[in-house]
Write a protein that binds this ligand. Structure first.
Ligand code: ZN
Ligand code: FE
Length: 265
């Protein structure tokens, strides 16, 4: 029997994601390959918890991936850069001027090899115009674009743009893709989902599971793209049957109506 080739070993190897709770309800993430001591940081909201989590696990950060320019996602960039010389800061080309410390700008579908991991950027404008999701192996980091059972507010984009980002970009990822989002909003999102999609057993199960997890202090991430298609109203608008319950027939209007309803829920 021949030894497995390097590429097969790579395929079999596992991307490990560690959520790092920051600020009120943000998550930064450490990402590393099993057996490696090099890591990536996604959305460094603040530096202290990220540095502590790296030290605790014996990991060295090589780069920070910033999903968008909001302070609760980049607030730790400059301090981390000072603490970790040579640290790359990766973000959207659009946000060259808005992401503190940016050293590498990625376009839609742009890639980078960092800390032994292959990172691909997906432009997902809507929450902000420069928002990106980062795909690493079977995992996607969605920032404030896609939450578990929800999505971010449209601060800079419109419904057409944001529904395209959600339905055509993120929902097109393989069903088994693990979803790690920027905030712990699952319980509140599931309550809204029940208000518009109450007959959906997947939504009721999610709320029960999320309430139990939060009561025990456990993070509700990750979800999967398959689960989001089942319980996230902002992805369910791709289903004509669900749209019909809203009295609508196109997904952009459905998305716009739900986003407006959620803003004042
Ligand atoms: Zn944001
Ligand atoms: Fe945020």
């Amino acid at each position: 029997m021949t030894a497995p080739s390097w590429s097969i070993l790579r395929l079999m190897s596992h991307v490990i994601v560690t959520p790092v709770p920051c600020l009120q309800d943000n998550y930064a993430y450490l990402v590393h390959e099993q057996g490696s001591t090099e890591a990536l940081v996604v959305d460094a909201s603040e530096s202290a918890p990220v540095l502590a989590a790296l030290a605790e696990r014996g990991l060295t950060a090589r780069a920070v991936l910033s999903t968008h320019h909001h302070f609760d996602h980049v607030g730790g960039n400059l301090e981390l850069k000072r603490a970790l010389p040579g640290l790359e800061i990766v973000g959207s080309e659009y946000d060259r001027e808005r992401i503190p410390g940016l050293t590498r700008a990625l376009a839609h579908h742009g890639g980078a090899d960092l800390a032994g991991l292959s990172v691909r950027a997906l432009a997902v404008p809507g929450h902000t115009l420069g928002a990106v999701a980062f795909v690493i192996g079977d995992t996607v980091f969605t920032g404030d674009t896609l939450f578990i059972a929800g999505c971010g507010r449209m601060f800079e984009g419109d419904a057409k743009m944001m529904s395209h980002s959600l339905l055509d970009e993120l929902a097109s990822l393989p069903d088994e893709t693990r979803v790690y989002c920027g905030h712990e909003y699952t319980v509140a999102n599931a309550r809204f989902a029940i208000s518009v999609d109450g007959d959906n057993a997947a939504v009721r199960e999610l709320l029960a599971r999320a309430e139990k997890a939060r009561a025990a202090g456990i993070a509700t991430v990750p979800s999967t793209i398959a689960d989001e298609k089942r319980h996230n109203p902002f992805l369910r608008v791709a289903d004509p049957g669900f749209l019909a319950t809203l009295g609508l027939s196109d997904s952009v209007s459905g998305f716009a109506q739900l986003r407006k309803a959620k803003d004042s829920f």
